[in-house]
Design a protein around this ligand. Structure first.
Ligand code: PMP
Length: 350
C-alpha cells in the first residue's frame, strides 16, 4: 500500500474472488459460473450493440427494466439493475445499514467486506450446527438484515414462508434476500415484494442466465427502496451497465426458457454428483444451488482442494472456522463432474 492511502482503509481486508488462473485449462468448478454458454440470440444482441459503443448507454436501462418487470410480474419502478449484483449489495449496505447490519456467520463473504468498507456496524449470527439459518434469531434485530437464499457456500435454502416471517419480524429495517442461486431449486421471495416495503430481493444474471462475464444484477422492491438505490447510483456512476450488457440482458430474458432448461439440467447433474460423492463417503449438504458443499473424513478440505488443483480440477476452499473441512464444488456439465469424481477417486486411492 502507498503512504497516501486514507487511514480508514489501512485495516480493510478486501474480498478474495475465486481464482481465475490463466496458466492452463482447468475443469473450472470454483466460481459457480454456468457451464453452458449464453443463447445465440444473446451473443447476436451484444455484438450488434458493439457497433454503437461510441454512445453512452441508457442510464435508466428502461428497456431492460421493462423486460425484467414483465418477467417478474412487477412494474418498471419496482426494478433496479446494476453492474453485477455485487454492486447492489454494496449500495444496499450503504443506503440501509445506518443502524448496523446482521447476517449469518457463514454466508457470502462480501457482506462483511462492504460493511467494513462503509463503516457499517455488523453482527454475525451463527448458523445452527447443521448450517441452516435459525429464523428465531432474526426477530426485531434493530438493523438491516442480509442473507443469501439459498445460502452460500452451504446451498441450504429457507422456504418463502420462513423468509416472510423474518421480513414481518423486522418492519423497521430492510431485509435483503440475496437470491443469486434461487433458480436452482429454492422459492423466490419476489411474490412478497408488493406486501412488504422493507423487502429487497436481489438476483443476478451471472449464474442461471450464463452471463457472469457481462456483469448484470437486479433488485426488486417497492419503488421507494428502488429510488434510494438510484440516488446512490446517480451519485456515483449512472452509466454502470454498458450497452452490450443491457442488450445481452434483454436477449437473455427473451431466451429464458432455455436458461431455465439449463438450470434443470444443472439440478439433475447436481443430484447425480451428490449421490456419487456420498457413495464415496462424502457428507454432502442438500443443495438448492448450482454448487455442492462437501467434506470427508478421508482427506482434509485444504488438502483435497490442492490435490484437485494439481490434477487440473479447481474447486473453492474457504479457510474459515467451521467450514475449513469442506469444499464448495460448482456443478458443471456431466463430463466435468465425471472428471471431478475420477480425480477424487485417484486422490483417495493415493
Ligand atoms: N451473492 C452471492 C451469494 C454470490 O455468491 C455472488 C457471486 N459471487 C454474488 C451475490 C454476486 O454475483 P454477481 O456480482 O456476479 O451478480
Amino acid at each position: 500500500m502507498s503512504r497516501f492511502l486514507c487511514e480508514r482503509y489501512l485495516s480493510l481486508e478486501a474480498y478474495t474472488p475465486g481464482e481465475q488462473p490463466q496458466d492452463m485449462q482447468y475443469v473450472k468448478l470454483n466460481t459457480n459460473e454456468s457451464p453452458y454458454p449464453p443463447s445465440p440470440g444473446v451473443v447476436e444482441a451484444a455484438t450488434a450493440e458493439a457497433g454503437r459503443l461510441q454512445l453512452y448507454c441508457d442510464p435508466t436501462a428502461a428497456k431492460l427494466r421493462d423486460a425484467l418487470a414483465a418477467r417478474c410480474g412487477v412494474k418498471r419502478e419496482n426494478v433496479y439493475v446494476a453492474n453485477g449484483s455485487d454492486d447492489i449489495l454494496y449500495f444496499a449496505f450503504m443506503a440501509f445499514g445506518g443502524d448496523g447490519a446482521f447476517f449469518p456467520d457463514i454466508t457470502y463473504g462480501f457482506y462483511k467486506v462492504y460493511c467494513e468498507l462503509l463503516g457499517v456496524r455488523y453482527e454475525k449470527i451463527p448458523l445452527k450446527d447443521d448450517f441452516s439459518i435459525d429464523p428465531a434469531q432474526y426477530a426485531g434485530l434493530g438493523g438491516m438484515i442480509a442473507f443469501a437464499n439459498p445460502n452460500a457456500p452451504t446451498g441450504l435454502a429457507l422456504s418463502r414462508d420462513t423468509v416472510e416471517g423474518i421480513v414481518r419480524a423486522n418492519p423497521g429495517h430492510v431485509v435483503l434476500v440475496d437470491e443469486a442461486y434461487v433458480d436452482f431449486g429454492a422459492e423466490s421471495c419476489l411474490p412478497l415484494v408488493e406486501k412488504y416495503d422493507n423487502l429487497l430481493v436481489v438476483q443476478t444474471f451471472s449464474k442461471s442466465r450464463s452471463l457472469a462475464g457481462a456483469r448484470l444484477g437486479f433488485a426488486v422492491a417497492q419503488p421507494a427502496l428502488i429510488d434510494d438505490l438510484n440516488r446512490i447510483k446517480f451519485s456515483t456512476n449512472p452509466y454502470d451497465i454498458n450497452r452490450m450488457t443491457q442488450a445481452a440482458g434483454i436477449a437473455a430474458l427473451a431466451a429464458d426458457e432455455t436458461n431455465m432448461e439449463n438450470c434443470r439440467r444443472i439440478i439433475a447433474t447436481r443430484e447425480d454428483a451428490a449421490r456419487r460423492l456420498r457413495q464415496m463417503g462424502f457428507e454432502v449438504l442438500p443443495s438448492s444451488a448450482n454448487f455442492l458443499f462437501a467434506r470427508t473424513d478421508k482427506i482434509g478440505g485444504g488438502d483435497l482442494y490442492r490435490a484437485l488443483k494439481q490434477r487440473g480440477v479447481l474447486v473453492r476452499h474457504f479457510d474459515a472456522p467451521r467450514i475449513s473441512d469442506y469444499n464448495r464444488i460448482t456443478v458443471g456439465t456431466p463430463e466435468q463432474m465425471d472428471a471431478l469424481i475420477d480425480a477424487i477417486t485417484a486422490i483417495l486411492e493415493g
